[in-house]
Design a protein around this ligand. Structure first.
Ligand code: ZN
Ligand code: ZN
Length: 595
């Protein structure tokens, strides 16, 4: 039971339609070829067959150089200890380029400098004990002379207070010629691959002579600071005044496959702090530090405000190696691209751009419409039209005038019809006297159209009345008014002869002997004593003739009014009542006949 409930015992597969067309076939293979080419190019271009791992790295730096300075305040020479300053963190180094030095500061009282303090006239303007984050010290409450013209509040602070602008040109502009050696060890853990930007076989003498920008050798990790700043599109002498931040990017793009092995660092340089906004507020990079000493028992300090350039070393990188699993995953991800071919070809056929005939044929074969039971579709066959029409039951329009939803080609079932005919004709000739000497020829029964048109036949009294008042929708002149819109259907689309006037209608549909034989063909021991049996047999015969197996599933074939009345005239109901069209019964041609 769970097998049935969960559909475990079922497998659903798709039904495909094979269109035999050279054009469509070659178009399909062309498109598939283009897609395959695209996939291959993308695979080689992006190395999609590789497995990747990202770099793990460590960086150490060493700056070298000596600068000769002309300023007497600073001294004559600065070496690496003087200009490097405190470490600025992981993977970066600092080089001082400019300085404001305030020597021999002692704790005491002095006038606050501008613009940190405020101007005053008398002691009343100054508040004793006041200080804020801009002040260099705590106010004493006195107003003292700053220079000849101005007076400011006195503070308790390290005096004299630092009061200078950054020197221009920068004091340590010679730092341009310093060099830095960057040592970078990298590792790709997934491949257990270790490398360094200095080759193990390089000697100390190789490194001493090399400068990266001079030789562009990726294995020469010694850089001149001026070259680094120049490559970051900055001027060292300008940048040295206020300081800044420069990024050194090392990019490792490694191919670890045996035949294409390559793993070289690529260096690039750029300024990281924004130059433009730096011009206005808090430009550059600076910090303060002091050196303390005691002179005659009094503590003194020398205050340094250092400007400089910080170099941040950033390491990026990934390594790729061929991986069969990656290749399969990539191929799998590209399979959906082939759907483009199907979508394109379906669109081409569906829009009719390719050919109208193909569209009709293809749509008919490809799409099988299954209708909701609530909706009723009817199938109509006009004698002056090749196709069968499927129409939706309308509440406003007559069946005769309803527009078709689709057209279906009438299938030629001559073979089956021929067999039927030969059986029937033989049966007919057996039960009725042969008039023209043929034993098994096509024979017209007693209701010949010529006789019928004379309207003297007692079988057809109804036809006579209908003829004079054939309704407006009738095109053949033999239909009768009907109440429901679904019964208002003629055998023709345009004016002309009625199908009931065809000799075959008489012989095939209404001939008593043919109908009896047909009924016996289905049920050999049937007892045929009711007219209703023959009437229903005639309806079935008409549908077999005019619709055959061409009726689309779920559509109900409808017999035109003229034919119905012609059959009814031949095989009337004893009480004169007929049930009419009952479309909401289960839709099979068998139930349709019960009217
Ligand atoms: Zn008609
Ligand atoms: Zn007709």
């Amino acid at each position: 039971m769970p097998c049935v409930l969960l559909n475990l015992c079922e497998y659903d597969t798709q039904k495909l339609v094979k269109i035999k067309s050279v054009k469509l076939g070659s178009l399909k293979w062309t498109l598939n070829g283009v897609i395959l080419m695209f996939i291959c190019i993308m695979m080689l271009w992006n190395k999609e067959y590789q497995e990747y791992d990202f770099v793990v790295s460590s960086v150490t730096t060493k700056v070298k150089g000596v600068a000769k300075i002309t300023s007497p305040e600073v001294g004559d020479v600065w070496d690496v200890v003087d200009y490097s300053g405190p470490s600025q963190g992981k993977n970066s180094f600092f080089v001082a380029t400019n300085a404001i030095i305030t020597k021999n500061q002692k704790q005491g009282k002095c006038a606050e400098v501008l613009p940190n303090g405020k101007l005053c006239q008398t002691d009343k303007d100054c508040e004793k004990g006041f200080s804020d984050q801009h002040n260099h010290g705590v106010q004493t409450g006195a107003c003292v002379k700053l220079d000849i013209l101005k007076k400011t509040c006195e503070v308790t602070a390290w005096c004299p207070i630092e009061n200078k602008k950054s020197p221009r040109p920068a004091l340590l502009a010679a730092a341009e010629n310093f060099t830095v050696m960057i040592k970078n060890n990298i590792r790709f853990p997934a491949f257990n691959y270790i490398r360094r930007n200095i080759l193990s076989e390089m000697k100390d003498t190789d490194l001493k002579g090399c400068i990266y920008h001079r030789y562009k050798n990726p294995y020469c990790p010694i850089f001149r600071l001026g070259d680094i700043v120049a490559e970051a599109k900055e001027k060292f002498s300008e940048m040295a005044v206020e300081g800044g931040v420069i990024g050194i990017q090392i990019n490792w793009d490694c191919d670890l496959n045996r035949f294409f092995h390559s793993c070289l660092p690529k260096y690039s340089f750029r300024r990281l702090d924004e130059k433009e906004s730096n011009r206005t507020l808090y430009p550059g990079l600076n910090f303060r530090f002091a050196r303390y000493s005691t002179v005659n028992g009094v503590e003194q300090r020398t205050l340094f405000k250092m400007y400089g350039i910080r170099f941040d070393v950033m390491v990026f990188g990934k390594a790729g190696k061929f991986s069969f699993i990656q290749l399969i995953i990539y191929i799998g991800s590209t399979l959906s691209y082939y759907a483009i071919t199907t979508i394109f070809l379906d669109w081409l056929i569906g829009t009719g751009c390719y050919s109208k005939e193909a569209k009709q044929n293809y749509t008919e074969r490809k799409f099988e419409a299954v209708q909701d039971r609530e909706e009723c579709f009817l199938c109509v066959s006009f004698v002056d039209e090749d196709n069968l029409r499927v129409v939706k039951k309308s509440r406003k329009k007559r069946l005769q005038e309803t527009k078709p939803l689709s057209l279906h080609q009438r299938k030629n079932e001559l073979a089956s019809m021929k067999t039927l005919l030969s059986v029937l004709q033989c049966g007919q000739s057996r039960s009725e006297p042969v008039q023209n000497g043929q034993s098994c020829g096509l024979k017209v029964d007693e209701n010949l159209p010529s006789r019928h048109s004379g309207r003297q036949n007692p079988d057809t009294p109804l036809l006579e009345t209908s003829q004079s008042s054939s309704p407006s929708w009738c095109q053949c002149g033999s239909c009768r008014p009907a109440e429901t819109l679904q019964e208002q259907l003629c055998c023709r689309l345009k004016k002309g002869r009625c199908i009931t006037s065809s000799p075959l209608f008489s012989s095939l549909v209404v001939s008593r002997s043919v109908l009896e034989n047909t009924l016996l063909f289905v049920d050999p021991l049937a007892e045929l004593h009711e007219e209703a049996q023959l009437r229903h047999g005639a309806y079935a015969q008409f549908i077999r003739w005019r619709f055959g197996d061409s009726t689309p599933r779920d559509a109900l074939p409808v017999i035109p009014s003229c034919c119905i009345w012609r059959i009814r005239a031949k095989y009337p109901s004893p009480d004169g009542t007929y049930s009419g069209l009952r479309p909401f019964q289960a839709i099979t041609s068998q139930t349709e006949l019960n009217r």
